[in-house]
Design a protein around this ligand. Structure first.
Ligand code: HEC
Ligand code: HEC
Length: 255
């Protein structure tokens, strides 16, 4: 560690704001400052190097001591409440309220999934935008649930069926399973995802334009460009599905 520190202070760290000190300090001075840093901040962790001190605006920080073990990682944050003493439980609650913004989840036993592909703010457990007509009791009561069901259309060609799977897995998250954009996530996006079943939208759309917008996305909106994700054949399948199911359906409902 000491050698690395000396090298960094001497030569700087390219690409960062850390400059080289070799022209300003001689080697003995560089060694002295590195030894000071190691002793003060790392080995002795002297009281005046602590962060939560009155000079930094933290008067009497000790009053939060119940939360310290969670900030320091001594007690994992996901320890079940029934394994905590009352004081520890208070500390955990305090940590979640006042410390977690900076200290994050200092230590947890179960890291959980790296990327949860569901919106965390959906107002109920077990939400899936692919509920396929089986909403639970509470979700059935939301105005969003009915848009989470893909339209059932008989007699899809293999290409349209492939397009259905691609749409429900990649697009329904924003556009809703029924293409209306009236699902939970869709209602938060600005601009809102296009209602793919709206007659005035359908009137302006050709297969070529649809393929292009899927390929290139719409700059300045959350509509992504899919060209790195889907190949030309998959985009054809999506176009076939959107035309058959969303466009045709709108025609039917107008009749
Ligand atoms: C604004 C950001 C911020 C908040 C809010 C915050 N901390 Fe810290 N805390 C820090 C930083 C920065 C350090 C220094 C980290 C280091 O030295 O590695 C630190 C260090 C600590 C330490 C180590 C000892 C010390 O004083 O340096 C403890 C214990 C601690 N925090 C507890 C808490 C508790 C308990 C809360 C909530 C009541 C809290 N912190 C809220 C930023 C914060
Ligand atoms: C992250 C959210 C999101 C995803 C995922 C998404 N879209 Fe969109 N999409 C949007 C938004 C928002 C708009 C509306 C932009 C606007 O009106 O300016 C849009 C617009 C569109 C339009 C209308 C284009 C136009 O010219 O008006 C089509 C067609 C479309 N999306 C198809 C798809 C397809 C097919 C997929 C899946 C491959 C998909 N979208 C995935 C958010 C999304």
């Amino acid at each position: 560690m000491r050698d690395d520190f000396i090298a960094t202070v001497t030569d700087g760290s390219p690409g960062t704001a850390m400059m080289a000190f070799s022209r300003r300090l001689d080697p003995a001075q560089i060694e002295a400052v590195v030894d000071f840093i190691i002793a003060t901040f790392i080995q002795e962790r002297r009281a005046n190097t602590r962060y939560h001190i009155p000079e930094n605006g933290w008067v009497d920080h000790q009053r939060y001591r119940d939360a310290y073990p969670f900030a320091l990682g001594e007690i994992p944050l996901d320890t079940p409440d029934d394994r905590l003493t009352p004081a520890q439980r208070r500390g955990k609650a305090l940590f979640m309220e006042s410390c977690v913004t900076c200290h994050d989840r200092a230590r947890v036993e179960d890291e959980g999934v790296l990327w949860e592909p569901r919106a965390v703010s959906f107002p109920r457990g077990g939400y899936s935008h692919r509920l396929r007509g089986r909403p639970d009791a509470s979700s059935g009561a939301t105005p969003f649930a009915r848009h989470d069901r893909p339209p059932r259309v008989a007699g899809l060609t293999p290409l349209e069926r492939q397009g259905e799977a691609l749409f429900q897995n990649n697009c329904a998250f924003c556009h809703a399973a029924d293409g209306t954009g009236r699902n939970w996530i869709g209602s938060f996006l600005e601009p809102r995802p296009r209602d793919l079943t709206a007659p005035d939208f359908i009137a302006t759309m050709t297969r070529q334009r649809l393929a292009r917008v899927i390929r290139d996305g719409l700059p300045g909106t959350t509509m992504p460009a899919w060209r790195q994700v889907l190949d030309a054949q998959e985009i054809d399948a999506l176009v076939a599905y959107v035309f058959r199911v969303f466009f045709r359906q709108a025609e039917n409902s107008e009749e």
